[in-house]
Design a protein around this ligand. Sequence first.
Ligand code: NAD
Length: 410
Amino acid sequence: MAFEDTLRYLSHATSIMGVSSRIEQLLMTPTRQLKVEVAIEMDNGSVGVFEGFRIQHNNARGPCKGGLRFHHEVDGDEVNALASLMTWKTAVVGIPYGGAKGGVQVDPRKLSVRELERLTRKFTDQIHFFIGPDVDIPAPDVNTDGQTMAWIMDQYSKYHGHSPAVVTGKPIELAGSHGRVAATGRGVALCAMWALRDLGIDVEGARFAVQGFGNVGSWAARLLAEHGALLVAVGDHGGYLENPEGFDVEALVRHVDASPSRSVVGFPGSDTSSLEAFLASDVDCLIPAALGGVIDNAAAETIRAKLIVEGANGPTKPDAHERLIARDVMIIPDILANAGGVTCSYFEWVQNNQRFYWTEEEVNGRLEPIMRRAYDSTAALARSKHFDHRTAAFVIAIREVGKATALRGV
Ligand code: NAD
């Protein structure tokens, strides 16, 4: 996703709020941008040199928080945009963090596990003075996982003493939190159900489509299906499928788990489709949960859903957003809809700091009220001021970050 897209959404909200250009400049500019060299010895004895980034966008409301991705297309612009989104996301759900993001420009499929470990430890060596439980707390993102976080925690702890709270998304055996895996999808499903009800559509029998059947998409689909909604179109990197009768979501999850390519493709009893047909599916709710920028102007013209719930970060381009809003499509924005993950990361950090651990029921029981409060305040502002939900969420987030900044002093 491009930094300009986030800036456009932000600028729209600040202009409505009458924020001065100096304050707007302050909100747009990252606090700290690190670009580091990550040089490691490869298994064949050669030297691999990679570029790493950690961008801390804002820390007015608390330590910076955000994922770390390993991808060959990582660049400063994208990391910047994602760091900024984290500032607004943590503010919308009211958890005491700022925003950050990191990445290493590498194709992790080309590295052995040992090389990945060396890469992660070297990156940690390069940034350890700039992260920490009270400074900046990384988490898994694209192509990083609990093992990556375990290596970071271990490497960081060599410098600073035992520090489980320096990263979240850790394995349960290493001070991770129950409920984290499903948390983002759970938040997406909750937002979808609340928004469907606001639109006067029964969740039971509502038809929905999900792009991306990985962590976020599959958990959102499972929870919606549990409440009687019908998944009728689904797609991922392998292709697209449709089933007007509704997929057996649990069987689809088992199919993906068993598939060597981890794709929905080949699931028995479904018809194959295309991205274009998928986007134009006759559904009540469309959940993009894979890529940024997938909903462009062309898609905005063909989408028939009355509701879009953004599981992915930045799936809707700003022009497409405007077209969809003009067509009365409700969009629950990423900074609200997929905030369940960072909220659960916050729970993990709280548990690490307290050295006291919660059950999965306790975690889920605490997640829903936080998501509910954030959804309700966004929906109430959208209703009272005739804003779309994205603008309302940005207005709330900017207000919170602005208040904290003013109280602390520039
Ligand atoms: P994942 O790797 O578990 O799943 C990604 C899914 O996207 C897979 O099903 C994959 O097949 C699909 N995909 C990849 N390339 C595709 C393509 N070209 N076309 C269609 N589908 C494609 O990732 P995830 O954790 O589920 O994350 C999905 C999105 O949600 C990302 O945008 C991520 O930034 C965002 N997100 C994730 C979390 C989290 O907690 N996991 C939190 C907030 C936001």
